[in-house]
Design a protein around this ligand. Structure first.
Ligand SMILES: [Zn+2]
Length: 267
């Protein structure tokens, strides 16, 4: 008999149980970075320190879903605790406020951000249950959108398997748009919605853009995910052994040197 899957809500979406039962884009990305670390995290042997970049992104998202005041109350780290600026928002969050203002003043970006916020859906990809959380969902206007805060929008990034590419590929956002498109389509029926990445940069003044990934690339990405998702499924089920990257926080922390490395093998 099929096991009944957890019904996802805002409160349990990021829980360990939800991550065990469902795959997600961030889980796929975590397994691509380091299988051993991703698996250790899933089995709670490993808690990654919460990064500043993550908190920064959450701050801007709390504006989008209208909870910025609660977010400030819950995160005293946003405020300076000493010196002349004590009690004021730290400078990076003042910059975040500037990014928010820039979006607010741009009618096209605001149009792209119109719709229901933080919509949770589940579906199946290559036989595995998946969960998604859409920043902005607007099926009536035939689109969904994801808000990204980035260093810059047109910078070049190096990815070993791809070569030079934009932040969209470098940070796995093509994968995200593909998975979101497919899972959303399964819930609604019909064709894929338009996908928008609303990007705003941390530069002064902030740059902004509304970016999309074409259907052919979405299709290719979904096909490409088959072997990857299969491997993650077997790793989660304990049927295969996780590879260590020997480079991340988890691997460095659990490393034992067992042989001598030739200097040419270091990079
Ligand atoms: Zn690792």
């Amino acid at each position: 008999m099929e096991k009944q899957l957890l019904k996802l809500t805002k409160d349990n979406y990021y829980s360990q149980e939800a991550d065990k039962q469902y795959m997600s884009v961030s889980q796929v990305k975590a397994f691509m970075r380091c299988e051993a670390a991703a698996l250790a995290k899933l089995n709670s042997k490993y808690t990654e320190p919460k990064s500043d970049a993550l908190l920064f992104g959450s701050y801007v998202h709390s504006w989008l879903d209208g909870t910025i005041e609660e977010f400030k109350d819950e995160n005293p780290d946003l405020f300076s605790s000493r010196g002349k600026s004590k009690g004021e928002l730290k400078s990076q969050y003042q910059n975040a406020n500037l990014m928010i203002e820039v979006l607010k003043e741009d009618p096209f970006c605001m149009m792209a951000l119109e719709g229901d916020k933080e919509v949770i859906m589940t579906g199946t990809l290559h036989g595995h249950p998946f969960k998604i959380r859409i920043d902005v969902y607007n099926p009536l206007q035939n689109r969904f959108a994801d808000l990204k805060t980035v260093k810059d929008i047109r910078g070049k990034h190096w990815v070993d398997e791809v070569g030079w590419c934009s932040f969209v590929e470098a940070y796995g956002y093509v994968t995200q748009m593909a998975v979101y498109s497919e899972i959303e389509r399964q819930n609604r029926g019909g064709d894929y919605l338009e996908n928008y990445i609303v990007a705003v940069s941390k530069e002064t003044p902030p740059d902004k853009a509304v970016i999309t990934v074409d259907r052919e690339r979405i299709q290719l990405e979904l096909e490409y995910l088959e072997s990857r998702v299969g491997r993650i499924g077997r790793l989660k089920a304990g049927q295969e052994t996780a590879k260590r990257c020997e480079n991340c926080w988890h691997c460095r922390r659990t490393k034992k040197v067992t042989s001598v490395t030739h200097y040419m093998d270091l990079i």
